[in-house]
Write a protein that binds this ligand. Structure first.
Ligand SMILES: [Zn+2]
Length: 345
């Protein structure tokens, strides 16, 4: 069962390709993307050893995005970058910069509140996409930075450090944890309230559980090689991995905030019975198609049905979106958790 062989999927793909080309033509000068630290190694074409901070294993690949931790069993949702400048106590002190212009969405000054430690989130909007960049484990946040203020790409956010909530980052592994991605729901608090967490949600919709990061290095490389010219274009370039169908008669906040993903079709709001959602390999819901009742293949309202998957893409063990067992295909806990939040409105 491969979506590549599905003619319906091809039609949608063609329609979206035309749509994205039209969007690209309408776009003015692409925004300038700035590397988040002063280290020039990436810009100079160095290999990852020149800028990526390894985890305890010492393998630089463990600082990349993906199933790179604990022998491939643990997901790392960002990119770890080491510093080049140190003070007299051997503490890192490199500046950290906002990679794009945006708005300061969160400043967490209390490291104990999060495993991100002291962190800043910048919200960005481009071409019908609301996305974030996140800068974690900071030593300090720039005193001029205020919540909701506009910030230019390349402006200083703070200093690199090794702050973290429930664990300690040793001096020699101090780094910036950098993320770029999308939030699952504007109404994340609804989801949080339904769960019995021991602590309050200190970070609102910028809680790590509501954030879906993409591969930052792949994004920077795609911009550097001119494969894409913006983050929205990058999202549109991500291959679809799995397509699911769910009952949901409203328009989720994710779709409202990320119009790029909506498959355009003639369907009134009150005719929406459910959605077909296409996810990338790492769980980014890149395409949403509203469905009428007659288009729904799902038997009961509780069911989430996997419609198709792209068999040419390898399943990542630490963040599998589905399991195939006895010739039947089931959504994984991770995919169900994403859907719970995406449909939390
Ligand atoms: Zn990290």
């Amino acid at each position: 069962m491969s979506i590549i062989k599905n003619p319906l999927w091809l039609l949608v793909f063609l329609a979206l390709t035309v749509f994205s080309m039209a969007t690209a033509i309408a776009t003015a000068t692409p925004p300038v993307l700035v590397w988040p630290t002063p280290n020039p190694a990436f810009s100079n074409g160095a290999t990852i050893e020149g800028f990526v901070q390894a985890a305890a294993s010492g393998n630089p690949r463990s600082g990349l995005y993906g199933c790179v931790r604990n022998g491939g069993t643990k997901f790392h949702e960002g990119l770890d970058l080491f510093g080049l400048e140190f003070d007299e106590n051997n503490e890192v002190k490199d500046s950290v910069f906002s990679v794009l212009s945006g708005r300061v969405a969160l400043i967490n000054k209390i490291p104990a509140y999060s495993d991100y430690g002291r962190y800043v989130v910048i919200a960005h909007q481009q071409e019908g996409v609301s996305f974030y960049t996140l800068y974690a484990h900071l030593k300090s946040v720039d005193s001029r930075l205020t919540l909701n203020s506009e910030i230019k790409g390349g402006s200083r956010i703070g200093r690199m450090g090794r702050s973290a909530g429930s664990y300690t980052i040793p001096k020699q592994r101090a780094h910036l944890h950098f993320e770029i991605g999308l939030k699952l729901s504007r109404n994340f608090q609804n989801w949080y309230n339904r769960k019995s967490f021991e602590s309050p949600n200190w970070h609102g919709q910028w809680n790590g559980m509501n954030l879906l990061g993409v591969d930052p290095l792949d994004f920077f490389r795609s911009i550097q090689s001119k494969k894409v010219s913006s983050f929205p274009e990058y999202l549109k370039s991500l291959p679809v991995f799995v397509k699911v169908q769910v009952h949901y008669s409203r328009i989720p906040s994710f779709v409202r905030e990320n119009r790029f993903c909506l498959v355009k079709k003639r369907l009134n709001k009150d005719q929406i019975a459910g959605w077909s959602i296409s996810f990338s390999k790492y769980g980014i819901p890149v395409r949403w198609e509203p469905l009428s009742a007659s288009e729904m293949k799902v038997g009961t309202k509780q069911n989430i049905q996997i419609i198709s998957y792209n068999s040419s893409l390898k399943i990542e063990p630490c963040c599998a979106l589905f399991q195939i067992k006895d010739q039947s295909i089931k959504p994984s806990k991770l995919l169900l958790s994403h859907l719970e939040k995406l449909l939390a409105d």
